[in-house]
Design a binder for this molecule. Structure first.
Ligand code: NAD
Length: 354
């Protein structure tokens, strides 16, 4: 095992960035948050005082030689510029979803990362729930067999107050609605376990709030292995749930319905035969639970940085997620059944914004 290093971190944007700060502080032997950056001092000052970090501007942060990793937690339309600048200044970068606004932009970011000393890790913290990790382990171990169908339900509630943040609800600044901002994690959980899509059809509309972007969507996917998946997503559900079901030849797997922790245990795994039950037991019977959410992702990221291996979520993963979103938005707009991959001369390669 390589020796664990302590890495100094700056966190940019202190909305969800405060969740990053909390997670990093639970990993004190791996990361130290030494600087925070937010033009809103009512956000940056209290955090800085509480943890003993400096309040800095973004430029000052990039010039800090002691800072090795920059966490970009700003509104989405700022991510490309901030990630490219941080990589160019020699930092590694952790960037909140959605990393950027188009396949063209993510390809620029892939080039920037390839030319840089640092690595860039997009955030998909729901991947690291122990329930989802168990299902993934069973699939990777070859226990699942043929996939038949999967389903994803994201039924959350967002009221007008949520759209008080001026960047929310608008195509130019939020870049999308329930598909991009809320269901993106559930879609990533789907493809993480069941594999990439090869055809998608989607309907999307705005019915819940007085906003530009979609807040209700339904999609049907054909995955690369020939299995099917359905997705429904709304921001108008009085009871909030997130639920995944995977139906494989050997077992079915169903998440709980806790809206913001559906990748955590417990999941219900129903084996088809006693032999499958034994195989399931041999893979997950003595499961050692690991940290979840941001802490779970950042701990694995620290391990990858120490070992010089791939981050637990890569830009290629973020590209796959953006490609699926691009296809969903294109299908919703045109009524087409969209085949993937999308070529770089596809009308949506430079973005799905209307
Ligand atoms: N992974 C998740 O589950 C999750 C959850 C919520 C939000 N997010 C993502 O995190 C990002 C931020 O969302 P949020 O909910 O925290 O938004 P927010 O509006 O609450 O916070 C964004 C913060 O960024 C600051 N900011 C704006 N411009 C800045 C700049 N140039 N430099 C530094 N700071 C700047 C703002 O002052 C604000 O405090 C978005 O991309 C969002 O999609 C991810």
């Amino acid at each position: 095992m390589p020796e664990a290093a302590l890495r100094r971190v700056g966190v940019v944007g202190l909305g969800i960035g405060t969740a990053h700060v909390r997670a990093l502080r639970r990993l004190r032997d791996r990361f130290a948050v030494v600087a925070v950056c937010d033009p809103d001092e009512t956000r940056s000052q209290p955090v800085a005082e509480h943890i003993g970090a400096d309040v800095v501007t973004f430029d000052e942060l990039l010039h800090r030689d002691d800072v090795e990793v920059v966490h970009v937690c700003t509104p989405p339309a700022l991510h490309l510029e901030q990630c490219v600048a941080a990589l160019a200044s020699g930092k590694s970068v952790v960037c909140e979803k959605p990393v950027v606004a188009s396949l063209a932009d993510v390809d620029l970011l892939l080039e920037a990362e390839a030319a840089a000393a640092g690595r860039l890790m997009p955030v998909f913290q729901y991947r690291f729930g122990n329930g989802l990790q168990q299902v993934k382990a069973l699939v990777d171990a070859g226990v699942a067999g043929r996939a038949y169908t999967s389903s994803v339900e994201v039924a959350w509630r967002r009221r007008p107050e949520y759209y008080a943040a001026p960047w929310r609800g608008r195509w130019a600044t939020e870049l999308g609605g329930v598909l991009l901002s809320q269901a993106v994690h559930a879609l990533d959980m789907l493809t993480y376990v069941a594999g990439p899509p090869r055809r998608v059809f989607c309907r999307a509309t705005t019915r819940v709030n007085d906003i530009e972007v979609e807040d209700c969507a339904a999609a049907s996917l054909e995955l690369a292995d020939g299995s099917f998946a359905t997705v429904t997503a709304t921001l108008g559900s009085p009871e909030e749930i997130t639920r995944h079901r995977f139906h494989f030849a050997a077992f079915s797997a169903e998440s709980g319905t806790a809206p913001y922790s559906s990748s955590s245990l417990p999941w219900t795994i129903t084996p088809d035969t006693p032999e499958v039950a034994e195989a399931v037991e041999s893979v997950i019977g003595d499961w050692a639970e690991r940290a979840e959410e941001w802490q779970g992702q950042f701990e694995r990221w620290a391990d990858a940085l120490d070992a010089g291996t791939e981050p637990p979520v890569t830009l290629a993963d973020a590209r796959a997620s953006l490609e699926l979103l691009t296809a969903l938005y294109w299908s919703a707009r045109t009524g087409e059944d969209v085949a993937l991959p999308l070529a770089d001369d596809h009308p949506c390669y430079r973005g799905w914004l209307p």
